[in-house]
Ligand binder design. Structure first.
Ligand code: SF4
Ligand code: MG
Length: 317
């Protein structure tokens, strides 16, 4: 059986009048059923573009190559009509901002019921019934009353949960959440974490795209470190935090408040004029002459004491 999601040598170049943005380059990874894969990295490193590519929501200016297989089916060459069915039914999206993604003049219950009618072919009554139990599942109670309310009548936390309910109502196999904790306070963040755990407890897989390393640590089973359009390291979450291998991963963790908030030297590179060779070499304390040629993405076995992982760095090649 193929993995739930296989990203295979995916590249996304976005052509602009200033040049081609190399948002995703030759990226390969898989997401297994039920796992939470967190893609971390600084803002503007191409993480969101990758999520949009999976949903096929990129602008026509984007040139996509490689494959994105969901249950073995390549989404990159599906007709748009079939892709529409996959969005919502197989792949759900949890948006960042409830105030932007919910319809202010539509009852919350109807907004959650909608994907059940469109994607699960339920009739209105069945969808309503199911929505009430979904509301209850997410502690939005009393469900009968909450069903009929509008977004402005909900508290912020409740709205956040309703949004997760909306993204998961059709019971997709994969949920993509892009920066779910951006601009969110600590209490709200705990609320989101608890809500996500409920969903993963149901066997649903997550692609969590975030610059929030602590949140990724708390939520994920595996981590992918994204830098300037490339994944530099993939590891199990526990192994990663115990011993990050890639110099950028190390720098990223050292920039956390608990580790002294050491800033990463230099600036993130331009996504148009990318550094040659290793993309991190202008900022890397270990850079040598050979780093001017691109390092391979090598698999390091569990037997070598680092846990099973892949690293794109000459130090490990
Ligand atoms: Fe640093 Fe070289 Fe490794 Fe790049 S390949 S991270 S420059 S040591
Ligand atoms: Mg982003």
């Amino acid at each position: 059986k193929p993995a739930l999601l296989e990203i295979d040598k995916l590249s996304v170049f976005i052509h602009t009048h200033r040049g081609s943005v190399r948002a995703v380059e030759n990226t390969t990874f898989t997401i297994e059923r039920g796992e939470t894969f967190a893609l971390i990295g600084e803002s503007g490193s191409g993480k969101s573009i990758l999520g949009l590519a999976v949903m096929r929501l990129l602008s026509p200016a984007a040139e996509v190559s490689g494959a994105i297989r969901l249950n073995g089916v390549d989404l990159t060459d599906l007709p748009e009509k079939e892709m529409q069915e996959i969005r919502g039914k197989m792949v759900g999206v949890i948006a960042q901002n409830p105030y932007l993604s919910m319809n202010p003049v539509m009852k919350v219950g109807d907004q959650i019921a909608e994907p059940m009618v469109t994607h699960l072919m339920m009739n209105r009554e069945e969808a309503k019934e199911r929505t009430r139990s979904v509301l209850k599942f997410f502690d939005i109670t009393p469900p009968g009353v909450r069903y009929r309310e509008y977004p402005y009548q909900y508290s912020g936390g409740m709205l956040q949960r309703a949004m997760v309910a909306m993204g998961t109502a059709a019971e997709p196999e994969l949920i993509i959440a892009d920066e779910p904790t951006k601009g969110v306070d600590v209490i709200r963040k705990r609320n989101i974490a608890a809500t996500f755990r409920k969903v993963t407890g149901n066997g649903c897989a997550f692609l969590l795209i975030t610059h929030d390393i602590e949140f990724a640590r708390a939520m994920s089973t595996r981590i992918g470190v994204n830098y300037c359009g490339q994944i530099l390291e993939i590891a199990r979450t526990g192994d990663f935090f115990e011993e990050p291998l890639h110099p950028y991963s190390k720098a990223l963790l050292e920039s956390l408040p608990e580790n002294g908030m050491k800033p990463i030297p230099g600036d993130p590179p331009s996504m148009i004029d990318v550094p040659e060779g290793c993309r991190f070499h202008p900022r890397c304390p270990h850079a040598t002459e050979r780093c001017k040629t691109p390092p391979p993405f090598v698999k390091i076995g569990a037997g070598e004491g680092h846990g099973e992982r892949s690293v794109r760095c000459w130090l490990y090649a």
